[in-house]
Design a protein. Sequence first.
Length: 256
Amino acid sequence: MVELKTDTSIDAMYEAGQVVARALTAVREAADVGVSLLELDELAHDVLRAAGATSPFLGYRPSFAPTPFPAVVCASVNDAIVHGIPDGYRLRDGDLVSIDFGAELGGWAGDSALSFTVGTPRPADVRLIDTAERALAAGIAAAVVGNRIGDIAHAIGTVCRTAGYGIPQGFGGHGIGRQMHEDPAIPNEGRPGRGLPLRHGMAIAIEPMLIASGKDGYHEAPDGWTLRTNDGSRAAHVEHTVAITDGGPRVLTERR
């Protein structure tokens, strides 16, 4: 069931979204050669504590997971697409890093992700991340009253496929509100004019995931969480929480 949020609730979700934005900004600024993924996780945890917020990631255990998630960020490096578990790995020059983070504040959730390179960027990684950001922007632009979920999915998929990138099937965005994951599902590829109509008060997380090789294959790592590309190619993941309003899409996790 899709819950329509009031304008007051959307404002409250914006406050949760800004905790997410601050944490991702802090992590991006701190990420450098030699910094460990665990150190980035602790930094994000500090932002939560300072805001009086909690993590929807820590202890989360969906049906597919063998164990509860042990951190407040998902940290996915190079061929990891999503759901990477932070560990003692220290970032190296040229790494491509995707950080996914969520916060719960005042009973409402926010969820966002960004991808970036560490040290000297590879041109191919820069193009991959830029395309992911363009796909996200296209999805947000399609998130208007009167459109349908298929219009968002089509906008994202068109950018990704035109650029020659793969899209991991079965993973995408979702509704969000009182819980991090709510109805409806927001695919990263689809047909325009199909699916649930978009209405004022809907809140969704739009999150393109791209595979550099152009192939869609992925597999689950032995930790039961991390998804990796089958061919070892690099991946990017970006995401924003967006409210659909009569005045147009409102990005609740915008980073200033």
